[in-house]
Design a binder for this molecule. Sequence first.
Ligand code: FA5
Length: 325
Amino acid sequence: EASRVFAGVQSKEDLEEARVRFLGAKKGAFREVQQQLGKISKEDKPQAGQQLNKVKKALAEALENATDSLKEKDSGSDSPTPDPTLPGIPMDLGHVHPITQTIEHLKEIMGRMGFESAEGPEVEGPWHNFVALNIPEDHPARDPLDNFYLATAGATAGEEGSQLMRSQTSTVQIRVMEKRQPPIRIVSLGRVYRPDAPDATHFPMFHQMEGLLVDQNVTMANLKTVLRVFANNYLGSDVPIRFRPSFFPFTEPSVEVDFLWNDQWIEFGGAGMVDPAVLTAVGYDPEKVGGFAFGLGVERLCMRRHNITDIRDLYSGDLRFLSQF
Ligand code: FA5
């Protein structure tokens, strides 16, 4: 009877009732049978004891089975049936930052014109950031207030032995020329740092694309052609470009490079013919070789191409903005 009742329970309450009825410690049916063992004759006792043990085991099993099948029923009713026809939930995959994408694109365009990619460190000394670039000791560009100098033990900011976050990628021109002999044709794309207050077109950390070509018989016309071809490829063939006379200590003559953007001339960088003083500083003979160099703001190029109006969006980390690229 117990087996039948246990097998038929439908709820926890039923089960508990059955347990008390058959296995209850005080008044359970099994307990009652067990108590009668005392009345059985000596000869019959061993056999009756064995029988009783068998029954006890069977009851325990029936209880366990009933408990298990109730549990199964419970969990079955709680969890919904999986629906294999529902669309999946797409995973959020990260992707390459628009500035990194821009850098790769710029390298690729310049690579097609034969410019190899070169790199230099972001922490520099005054020699590579200023001295070799013909920027004299008293030049305002070396002012501690216009640069991120590192707190270097025993060194005065701006003087030999001090260190700063490079303020321009022109440092890489020097590093390449120190190591190699002309002909040289490189671009260097990397981060530079200046304590500029952030606004729509300025950020304290930004990127520049430096270009350097050193060879025999290099002219300003070569510089203009390279920048023209570059603009055609990256910004579009109809982009108006303007060269304005300017001054940089490391180029002579120097120009500022502007592109028209929404009917306005916007400065994208500087350029010019490498100053003989720079060629001399790296051990070249300015009578034998000459070259041109340029440095363009990578963020501004990226912004013009993608019609981004505020440089700060690029560094906001806002996925609503970034995921558009
Ligand atoms: C230079 O840094 C020169 N080294 C460029 C150069 C290289 C001239 C080789 C001649 C030969 P300039 O300080 O003007 O020049 O900066 C170049 C460009 O960097 C600017 O035109 C602008 O596009 C970008 N730039 C400058 N400051 C910031 C800033 N705070 N945030 C974003 N872009 C900037």
